[in-house]
Design a protein around this ligand. Structure first.
Ligand SMILES: C[S@@+](CC[C@H](N)C(=O)[O-])C[C@H]1O[C@@H](n2cnc3c(N)ncnc32)[C@H](O)[C@@H]1O
Length: 264
């Protein structure tokens, strides 16, 4: 495993230790409403036949909340989740058992998923806050390509690369008077190294082991996908603050996320 992935494993496992009870308890909301964790933009653009009676998987699935939600709502045949953080995977398995849902969860680096799982999924989901944990978009989309069956579908809902240009309060580049003026290059080639903690899981800041994240342009994302031979079926931009990083821009005039649908 590369050094930056090992560093992120430490940081994400620590983040899960710091996460609030309401983040960890996915069983109660899923029992009440199976669709609870499906982002609206995804739900509105989902082809139900990509899930119903199909083998579905999520890469970087955290504690399994989104893939369990998708599989339970639309009756998947087989639900699988992969994540780097071992404690998240242990929690995902426990939640699936409590919900009495048949699902498999694997801990490890997505890029190292065993070749025995190649061509075994009808549909793969990559949802919100994943791409920047990978240095190489060609490697990432090559992994999705080998895991999907021929004709299989990819749903990618991700933070819009334009938001990587904004600085957060506390960063040296942050301008309190014009917080959304471009502070970083859109083409930034060096990684971000961040020790502020994952406040979307914990609610409060804490000193974290270093997270290492990589910026990718829209061109690099889409071209890497096309270079694998995927067909792009749909591309949408949206201003909903799904990533929970820019509440002031929610519904405003900046694209905060994009959703794409592609076929192998
Ligand atoms: C922001 S979360 C996105 C998941 C999902 N949208 C959620 O929060 O429910 C990012 C996830 O990526 C995982 N991750 C980071 N690097 C990874 C890697 N190399 N392989 C597998 N998972 C990884 C982290 O452990 C974390 O759970």
């Amino acid at each position: 495993m590369k050094d930056y992935i090992l560093a992120n494993k430490r940081a994400w496992e620590d983040a899960y230790e710091h996460s609030k009870d309401s983040f960890k308890d996915i069983v109660r909301p899923l029992r009440k409403s199976p669709s609870h964790f499906i982002p609206l933009l995804l739900q509105e653009n989902l082809d139900i036949k990509d899930i119903k009676n199909k083998s579905i998987a999520q890469l970087a699935c955290n504690n399994g909340r989104e893939i369990l939600s998708l599989g339970m709502t639309f009756n998947a045949k087989q639900i699988t989740g992969f994540d780097l953080a071992e404690n998240m995977i242990i929690a995902a398995r426990k939640s699936a058992k409590e919900l009495d849902v048949k699902a498999s969860f694997y801990a490890g680096n997505v890029l190292d998923i065993d070749a025995s799982l190649d061509a075994s999924f009808d549909t793969i989901f990559v949802l919100i806050g994943v791409l920047f944990w990978f240095e190489s978009m060609p490697d990432f989309f090559a992994t999705i390509h080998r895991l999907l069956k021929p004709g299989g579908r990819l749903y990618l809902l991700e933070g819009h690369p334009i938001t990587n240009m904004f600085a957060f309060e506390g960063e040296p580049e942050y301008d309190a008077i014009r917080p959304f003026s471009p502070a970083h290059s859109y083409f930034k080639a060096t990684p971000f190294i961040d020790t502020d903690g994952m406040t979307y899981m914990s609610d409060e800041a804490y000193e974290s082991p270093a997270f290492v994240s990589h910026v990718h342009t829209l061109e690099s994302i889409i071209q890497s996908l096309l270079n694998q031979g995927f067909s792009l079926n749909m591309f949408k931009e949206d201003n909903t603050n799904y990533l929970n990083t820019f509440p002031e821009l929610d519904g405003g005039n900046v694209p905060l996320v994009f959703l794409l649908k592609a076929t192998r």
